[in-house]
Design a binder for this molecule. Structure first.
Ligand code: URA
Length: 433
């Protein structure tokens, strides 16, 4: 078999056989197929797509390219969750403790920030001392004892995805439904949970910009999960506006803590309750409404916050910053971005908000960049608000004054302010199961 023939086949819109897909994934992981050939294949897939069967075979080959984690050492129903990536998306830090407080088991492997989107592992590392890499036995042990642990993906979890993702990131081949579905589902299948909740983001801050594409992506991922015997549900959630007010690592941990204390922003609280309810439902704890009630009680009783504290302590972190968020190190400088006109905020280009936070040091410009955990943005005004000229739209936090100019420019471009009243979109568009 020759890779060049497979590229030609896909370029002509033909269907690859199971053997051809297996050959391509194996060969790429073993470095027998070079990046340039795989890049050409990825671009052909972007243009010609894949059948559901091709996508399922590719996902299986990618999942089996490394360890298939066996979570049987953890008692109870294990439930996982994956977001397709967003701006201000700190939901895992809220939901995992809620689910654990209600008796669910969350053994979660999360990722780092990617492009304009943030990542849970970077946020967790904003907590001093927090370990995000643990030996497997310790990881299982923590989940058995306290019900949750969140760590980074181990080196050998779906290595095919690791290589393909890095290549897609630099070859303009991220935004393809078969490639996103196989990337996410290969990791989820390899990570071993019994059930999976997918948070598929839609809008200007998501990889899928339209609702139709997001629903299509969700249905493909749900089909792959169910085919592999995992109970899988997807919620399509709004990413046409940043979630909550905080963008940036320690700022987002602080907002997650406030949410667990019952004082979080309304949109974030509401999305987290729905996601947590669906995770609990997947573990068999009742219908979604009953589970949402349980999730609310986990917040009001303080049990969910205690679970976050337990996890931080179990993973070596300093829980003083969770018990008193004012103990987090603060950015030395801040800058207020003021509106240059009066009117209603009708739209926010959420990708630009994410890029602005990267400019401030909250994300990586290159693979080698070092994150400034205290950097980021607090959005003082969001869609629906009426602002006067000169009113503060957002406060920027950074370590270097020079960073403010570009971030301010991006944010001012991100806000659309007009005379017309704004339409508020729903937070959750659909549930796919
Ligand atoms: N998240 C992933 O893990 N993979 C993708 O392709 C996109 C988002």
């Amino acid at each position: 078999m020759r890779m060049v023939d497979l590229i030609t086949k896909k370029k002509e819109g033909e269907i690859l056989t199971d053997e051809e897909i297996q050959f391509m994934i194996d060969g790429y992981v073993k470095a027998e197929i070079p990046d340039y050939q795989m890049s050409a294949m990825l671009m052909a897939i972007c243009f010609k797509g894949m059948t559901d069967h091709e996508m399922a075979v590719m996902t299986g080959a990618m999942a089996h390219s490394g360890d298939m984690v066996d979570l049987s050492a953890i008692e109870g129903v294990k439930v996982d969750k994956h977001s397709t990536g967003g701006v201000g998306d700190k939901t895992t830090l809220v939901i995992a403790p809620i689910v654990a407080a209600c008796g669910g088991k969350v053994a979660k492997m999360s990722g780092r920030g990617l492009g304009h989107t943030g990542g849970t592992i970077d946020k967790m590392e904003a907590i001093p001392g927090m370990k995000t890499s643990l030996p497997r036995e310790e990881f299982f042990d923590i989940v058995n004892k306290i019900g949750l642990s969140v760590i980074g993906q181990s080196g050998n979890l779906a290595p095919a995805d690791k290589k393909l993702y890095a290549l897609r990131d630099v070859t303009a081949t991220v935004g393809s439904i078969p490639l996103i579905a196989s990337s996410i589902m290969s990791k989820k299948l390899a990570a071993g949970s019994d059930s999976i909740l997918l948070d598929v983001k839609t809008g200007s801050g998501a990889f899928m910009k339209t609702l139709d594409d997001s629903i299509l992506l969700a249905s493909k991922m749900v089909a792959i999960g169910e085919h592999e015997g995992r109970k899988t549900v997807a919620l399509i959630t709004d990413m046409d506006i940043p979630l909550g007010k905080a963008i940036g690592n320690s700022l987002e941990v602080i907002e997650a803590v406030h949410t667990l204390q019952g004082n979080g922003p309304e949109d974030l609280t509401s999305v987290c309750l729905k996601l947590a309810a669906n995770m609990l439902h997947l573990t068999g704890m009742g219908d979604v409404e009953t589970c949402e009630q349980m999730a609310k009680e986990a917040i009001t009783s303080g049990k969910a916050l205690q679970k976050l504290i337990d996890m931080v302590e179990a993973q070596g972190g300093d829980s003083r910053v969770i018990k008193d968020t004012s103990a987090f190190a603060k950015a030395p400088l801040n800058y207020e971005v003021r509106s240059d006109r009066e009117g209603y905020i009708t739209h926010m280009n959420t990708e630009k908000c994410g890029i602005a936070s990267v400019e401030l040091g909250a994300g990586r410009a290159t693979k080698e960049s070092v994150i400034d955990y205290s950097a980021g943005i607090i959005l003082e005004k969001k869609i629906g608000a009426y602002v006067k000229k000169g009113e503060v739209l957002a406060t920027l936090y950074a370590a270097d004054e020079k960073m403010f100019a570009d971030a301010e420019k991006l944010l001012l471009e991100a806000y659309t302010i007009s005379e017309e009243k704004s339409v508020i979109e729903p937070l959750i568009f659909a549930r796919v199961s």
